[in-house]
Design a protein around this ligand. Structure first.
Ligand code: 5GP
Length: 181
């Protein structure tokens, strides 16, 4: 656990209490929208695993899980939009009601690649649930059915989001106060 006086921890952007309340509301909404169905939650590793775990437990339906891991070319803090699938799904998506669970949408390039890729596998439906959307960074406004929070344009860590694999276990989202990587 990082020390609370860690100089890399900047201002809190989304508190633990706000995460809890918003995720409960998202879970409730998904429960209503998917009544009578068993949605398949597809998490994008690694960042989405913390959010997906809490979100799934806020959904009162028989949900199923799968994960994919992608790596994007570019620096640690900037995406190039060229995405490589590092771990593919185990489950066949055809006929499934898929909810793609993302940690953060920045430029939206990763999401747009994933959406196209998953759509090609013929799911019955495909929606996106993103915990965070960074304000003003997407060229075209993406159609995101479920969004947790819109955040200002600073690099953030915590609640699944890392810098060099650290800080994913912070129970809140805060601004990265360290050096640009
Ligand atoms: P996009 O393709 O939308 O520009 O970038 C999305 C991906 O970049 C996210 O899934 C995440 O892995 C990474 N990313 C974008 N912004 C942040 C941030 O503020 N903090 C962290 N830790 N990762 C980010």
């Amino acid at each position: 656990m990082p020390a609370l006086d860690d100089a890399n921890l900047g201002e809190i952007v989304v508190s633990e209490a706000d995460l809890k309340a918003r995720i409960a509301a998202l879970g409730h909404q998904i429960t209503e929208d998917y009544a009578g169905r068993a949605p398949l939650l597809v998490g994008v590793l690694k960042g989405a695993f913390v959010f997906m775990s809490d979100l799934a437990r806020a959904i009162d339906l028989p949900v199923e899980f799968d994960f994919m891991a992608v790596s994007s070319y570019g620096s640690a803090t900037k995406t190039s939009g060229v995405v490589r699938i590092v771990k593919d799904l185990d489950i066949d998506l055809s006929g499934r009601h898929v909810i793609l669970v993302e940690d953060i949408v920045d430029s939206g390039l990763t999401l747009s690649y994933l959406r196209k890729n998953l759509k090609a596998r013929n799911p019955a439906s495909l929606e996106v649930c993103a915990l965070l959307v960074r304000e003003g960074r997407q060229k075209r406004s993406p159609t995101l059915k479920y969004v947790g929070f819109t955040i200002p344009p600073a690099f953030v860590i915590g609640y699944g989001l890392d810098v060099a694999e650290r800080y994913r276990n912070l129970p809140y989202v805060c601004i990265w106060g360290g050096a640009e990587s």
